[in-house]
Ligand binder design. Structure first.
Ligand code: SF4
Ligand code: SF4
Length: 169
């Protein structure tokens, strides 16, 4: 069983109670995949740490609106992400918000910046890197970080392979 599946049995995962920020590109990709229009909203963070971004000086300017809300995925009544099911996330990797793809890597506009501490240490295999356990590789992570800041800075979308789209014809 994957680390993330085990994690879901013992603790609140990164897909629960989390404000998942979405860029214009995230919205376009999720719409392409789901054909749903209504999966995001502007919401003021309950957790003030979302606004404490001293190590990434432009982050709040890119993401916080004048009323202090941020554009995030909607949640279910229990505060699980709207796309979380008992089988995990319904979105394929290339349609997931970029911040989801990057977790558990910390990042700033300057680069990748260490690992978050939210993944349960007691379930991790000694000697096995956390990123291997959750299926994230550094080259992809750096590409997603670049994409994320490009979309935040410019409000435009950079297209990469979207294998969930069926070929025309
Ligand atoms: S990435 Fe970490 S916190 Fe999220 S489900 Fe996987 S193990 Fe749990
Ligand atoms: S979009 Fe998927 S990966 Fe991201 S928080 Fe929701 S369920 Fe988790």
């Amino acid at each position: 069983m994957s680390l993330c599946a085990q994690c879901a049995r013992v603790q609140r995962t990164c897909c629960q109670y989390t404000d998942v920020l979405v860029t214009d590109g995230d919205i376009l990709r999720i719409r392409e995949y789901t054909d749903q229009p209504d999966f995001y909203e502007n919401r003021i963070p309950v957790d003030p740490s979302y606004l404490d971004q001293n190590d990434d000086p432009n982050w709040n300017a890119y993401t916080v609106l004048p009323d202090k809300s941020r554009r995030v995925l909607k949640q279910q009544e229990n505060r699980d992400c709207i796309f979380l099911t008992e089988q995990g996330c319904v979105l394929p990797l290339e349609a997931r918000p970029l911040v989801c793809r990057l977790y558990p890597i910390y990042f700033t506009e300057s680069g990748l910046d260490g690992l978050a501490e939210g993944c349960p240490p007691q379930l991790q295999t000694p000697g096995k890197p956390l990123l291997d356990a959750v299926g994230v590789d550094i080259v992809s992570a750096e590409r997603w970080r670049h994409l994320l800041y490009h979309e935040l800075r410019t409000g435009s979308v950079l297209y990469e392979n979207r294998h969930y789209l069926r070929p025309a014809g």
